[in-house]
Structures are given as C-alpha cells and as structure tokens.
Design a protein around this ligand. Structure first.
Ligand SMILES: Cc1ncc(COP(=O)(O)O)c(C=O)c1O
Length: 395
C-alpha cells in the first residue's frame, strides 16, 4: 500500500504551476494557520540554549510528562478535588515523536506477529499500514450510521459494539478507537467509549484510544470518564498528539498515557528507533500547555464555525455530494458518481476541478462511495469556491 498522502499529491504533480497554485487542498489533516508568535519566539529562544541540543530521557522530559498529566487530570477528571498521587506526577505518561509513533510503539509492545487487533471502519490508514508491517492482522469492524440527534450538526458513524464482541477471538489483543474520528469526524459519545472499555476489560484486551483531535470537539466536557476507573491503566492506552492543537506537525511530539509496564516496553522500542522524542519539540509542547489555553480555545471555536459553514453551504448547494458524517477536522462526504471508484473521482476532482481530497478507498474496504475533506487546512473564505467547484464537477 502506497501512503495515501503520497498518492494524493502524485495526482497533482504534473499540473501546471498556475493550476497548482489555485488548488484547494483539503487532503491532509493539518492546521492551515501557524503556531502563535509567542510560541515561535519561545522555540527560537529554546534553540539558542545549548542544552536543547541534547537527548532527553527516552520517554521525554519529566516536566512535560507531568504537565500533560495535569492537563489530562483537568480535562478528564474535572470533579476531582485532590489529584490522585500517581497520575499527575507523569509516571503514566510517555512523550514520543508524534501520535503515529505512539501507535507504533504501543502496538509493538502489545502484540506478536499473528495476533489480531480490532479496527473500526473507516480506519485511519496509518493504523492498518503499521499492523500489516508487523504481521498483525487487522480485524475490521463495520460502522453504523446514526441519524443526526438533536443538538448534533451532522450524522454520526459509530462502531457497533455487538459486532465488535462477535469478532473477538483468542488471538485478539486490542481494540482501536479514534475519537474524534479520522476520517469521519465523528465524536464518539462517552457511553460508547465506556462500553468498548468494558468489552476490552472483560476480554483482557487493551483499548487503544487515539485522541489526536480531542481539542476540536464541539464542547469542553470530558470526552469520556475512563480515567476515573481505579484500574484504568490495566485496559486503557490513550494516544495524543501535539501536532494539531499547537500546530507543531513538524516538531513531532505526541504522547502515550498507559500503565508503567506498557511504557517500559515502549521505552525500549523508543531507545532503538529514535532514542528520544525531539528535544525542541518537547519544549514547544510544554510552552503550549502552559500558555496557550485561550488560543487553543479560539481554534476549537474556529473549527466548529468552519464545519457549520461547510455543512450549510453544501446542503444549500444541493450538488449531489452529501455529508455522511462530520466533526472536528473532517467531513466524510458521499459523491454522486456511483459507477466510479472513489479514487477515480478524487483524481478527477484534483486534476480537473482543483480540489485535492482523499478517496474513501484509502480508509478501508467498502468506502468507495466517499471522499474525505479535511477543512482545517482551508480558510473559511475559500468555502464558497470549494462548494462551487464540487457543484461544477457534477455538471
Ligand atoms: C488519528 C490520527 N492519529 C495520529 C495522527 C498522527 O499525528 P502526529 O502528527 O502526532 O504523528 C494523525 C494525523 O493526521 C491522525 O489523524
């Protein structure tokens, strides 16, 4: 499997420079705005310090580990008057070089070749690619559409718990959930996450929860209450990324929050692949956690307003493309060309209509009716043009 992002960019390689310039790129899930000036200045100051050039501990700077632990405590256990003694000291948090690496190290620590891991459809393609590279078998769990509930702006695409239970075998080691989801944008309700946690716990499996987009949910209530379980670390492995929240994609910082036993395993793998996460990236993440709360909140609202505007424009245009699910950074949209594969449609949109999207086929079997649009990369002023181009593509 070629990396989907590489494939998508190959569609526009041969376009003339004017057309490339004009491209509306909604393919990659990256923030279109930079880190704030204050963070860039802090990074520049850090770069001048000789100590910043050195390795750190394998799973990151102690200060960052405990700062993130406190951040988790505030978001997931807001009612806790006195923090528990083990959690905020950071001993359950490991810093790694981005959330993709967090997934890689976690799966390496939990599985052997021939094991199975449950992966809901549509999947985040790097998850399946890594499982296959390790010789671990992904076991696909189809999603069910839930109509728009009151208070929700779009339909939801949710993994089915009963189907998940039926897929567990003696070779299963973990269940993976991504919430808010990539590619569908669906934010899983806390009760559903809790049900998956119970299922994993009952079968002695790990629940790997990728929360890369947790800072871009509609509201600020706790995404789930799993950290309130006394023995959460026996089951839960939470993965996080600093890439989107502080626009640090190139600095490569993410985290694993898990049992100390799992972190010990991950540290061994980390020592071999990278020794430690990038030092400067860690300092940037630390500065972000300490100083960018309000800025982060502004971006959460910005993303919500982009999503609402996109949904409004698409619905009003009646252009044959329809939102299957949406939220956080993404809209997962069905296209009107039933006789064509999603990759044919996506390639034509890129080459003829100046819209770079990812095809549903990149997100697993039975996804050919869809395209993923990552609107975080596009200013809201460009949305009318985006929808107009979608409309023209059906003429
Ligand atoms: C669900 C999910 N997990 C992980 C990542 C990778 O994040 P990072 O840049 O921290 O490696 C992404 C990036 O697009 C993602 O969408």
């Amino acid at each position: 499997m070629t990396s989907p992002i590489t494939e998508a960019y190959s569609w526009v390689e041969s376009l003339d420079p004017v057309k490339r310039q004009d491209l509306l790129d909604v393919s990659q899930a990256v923030p279109g705005y930079p880190p704030p000036q204050s963070l860039r200045e802090a990074i520049a100051r850090a770069a001048l310090e000789p100590a910043s050039a050195r390795y750190t501990e394998q799973l990151g700077l102690q200060e960052l580990r405990s700062e993130l632990a406190q951040d988790i405590q505030r978001l997931y256990r807001p009612d806790e008057a006195t923090p528990t003694s083990t959690f905020p000291d950071g001993s359950n948090v490991g810093i790694v070089a981005g959330c993709n690496q967090a997934f890689c190290l976690t799966v390496m620590s939990l599985t052997e070749p021939g094991d199975q891991v449950l992966l809901p459809l549509p999947y985040y393609f790097n998850h399946t690619m890594w499982l296959e590279l390790l010789g671990v078998e992904p076991s696909y769990l189809p999603a069910l559409t839930h109509p728009r509930a009151s208070g929700e702006t779009s339909p939801q695409l949710l993994p089915d718990i009963e189907r998940a239970a039926s897929l567990i075998t003696e070779r299963t080691r973990a269940i993976v959930l991504v919430t808010p989801n990539n590619p569908s944008g669906t934010v899983y309700p806390p009760e559903l996450i809790e049900a998956f946690y119970d299922l994993a716990r009952e079968h002695g499996l790990a629940l790997i929860l990728d929360e890369t987009y947790r800072d871009f949910r509609d509201d600020t209530s706790p995404p789930h209450r799993l950290f309130e379980h006394e023995d959460w670390s026996q089951t839960l492995v939470q993965l996080y990324s600093f890439s989107k929240v502080f626009c640090l994609t190139g600095y490569r910082v993410g985290a694993i929050t898990a049992s100390t036993a799992l972190l010990d395993e991950a540290a061994k793998a980390m020592d071999c692949v990278a020794i430690c996460p990038p030092h400067i990236g860690q300092l940037a993440a630390l500065e972000g956690l300490r100083t960018l709360h309000d800025w982060k909140e502004g971006n959460r609202k910005l993303m919500k307003s982009r999503l609402d505007e996109f949904l409004r424009l698409l619905e009003a245009s009646d252009c044959g493309y329809a939102v299957r699910a949406a939220g956080a950074y993404f809209a997962y949209v069905s296209h009107p060309f039933s006789q064509e594969s999603s990759s044919q449609v996506a390639r034509r949109l890129a080459q003829k209509h100046g819209i770079l999207t990812l095809s549903g086929s990149m997100f697993g079997p039975d996804q050919d009716a869809y395209l993923r649009l990552a609107f975080a990369n596009l200013d809201q002023e460009a949305f009318p043009e985006l929808v107009a181009r979608l409309q023209r593509s059906t003429a």
